[in-house]
Write a protein that binds this ligand. Sequence first.
Ligand code: BG6
Length: 480
Amino acid sequence: MTPHPLASEEPQPDPHVIVIFGGTGDLARRKILPGLFHLYLAGLMPERFHIIGVVRPPAEGSDDDFRQRVRDAVTEFGDGAPSGEAWERFIASVSAVAADATHSEALVSAVETAEKELGSGARRLYHLAVPPDATLELIAMLGATGLNENARVICEKPFGVDLASAKVLNETIRANFHETQVFRIDHFLGKESIDNILALRFANRLFEPLWNRDHICFVQIDVPESITVAGRGAFYEETGAFRDMVVSHLFQVMGYLAMEQPTSFEANPLRDEIHKVFQTTRPLDVANVVRGQYEGYRSEPGVAPDSNTETFVALRVDIDNTRWKGVPFYLRTGKGMAQRRQVITIGFEETVMRLFPLARGAHAWQGNRLVVDFDDPGSIHAHFLAKEPGPVMQLGEATMSFYYKDSFRHAHRLEAYEHLILEAMLGNRALFTRSDGIERLWEVAAPLLDDPPPVEPYPLGSWGPSSMERVVAPHGWCLP
Ligand code: BG6
């Protein structure tokens, strides 16, 4: 496929000092460090840049140790091998410093030195890849030391654990940064197939006129994961599947699916439309929520033997606006499930006049579905009914499919984190979440947080507790 003629030129960010707090953490190792090297290989890093990995004292923060970590991270999780000229140039721009919220002198001087070396026009980008309590302290430190000047900051979820804590976090951010400097990252919004929802809907008359309650009978956002909490027991105990996945990721995907057409894809108009969706999202009805816990979770390290934390959640969400009134949005996610999938299914109403009898037990929406598989590299499938060859008018299910991996220039693909870090360097907040949206989502979540139903056990490798069928009635889960 050739690029669309309106495709814009690839952007080049200003010179940057990039500071990664949590430089030795899991997120840096898996995503951020390999991602920065891939951006470099793709020619999307600034012409002049310096990366500072922050390690927590008493660790020393030696450059050599940190560079070795970067090499290991790229070897294990990166796209390109850490060798050759490009690697040598990249790694020469990486250093480390030992600092935290109370020991910031070395960091201030490292940032200033790096800035001088880069010359005029250099910006600062902080990536706070740290737990929530550390985020608060670091934000305050960046403000107190003046490191907040000429800077942008990427904040990681969770953005609070409820409305009150989200407000505290937002107030702390507001006291130290202007909102235009803040990039709250939800990496699902950096996935190609999620951004493509905007193209699918708003560039194609084939779909958008049908995208409403007159034609759609349900929307499902289904993100089962086969991994267990795998070493993250202590984190999961505090978080649970609902906060970890639904408030952070699935609600945002719902926003893209449900929003009205923005006047442009600039940050303000785009996020205004998403916010309107959240404002019209009805606070959850606990009767429409099933919480599950995989068998064996309570024996995971860091998990209480009588834990009531959910590793699975299935829920129905309602959006009370003209476009969606009465159309259920079914959301499901869990750990230790049968498969890893990331799938949106749009179920369509049957035709007004039914000329063709449905097969016994079949539902109209089974034949008429649009399925967006948004796990990288992503695909889209339109399921429709077609006449089977032969003398009788008999219908069978047919599918039209689009696969990202076979289309366009797949080599240009950016992983979600890479895409979002690039957008942050460019100062484009369109794909980042907004404080008012997050606060509204905690309001929507409040009935469930206040009065969670008991967790129901499910076997590892299953699709969840059987009562999840109740949530999705009269429809059914489209997976498996
Ligand atoms: C993270 C969650 O934000 O997203 C994890 O904390 C989850 O629990 C992960 O596994 C899923 O992301 P990805 O990149 O695998 O789609």
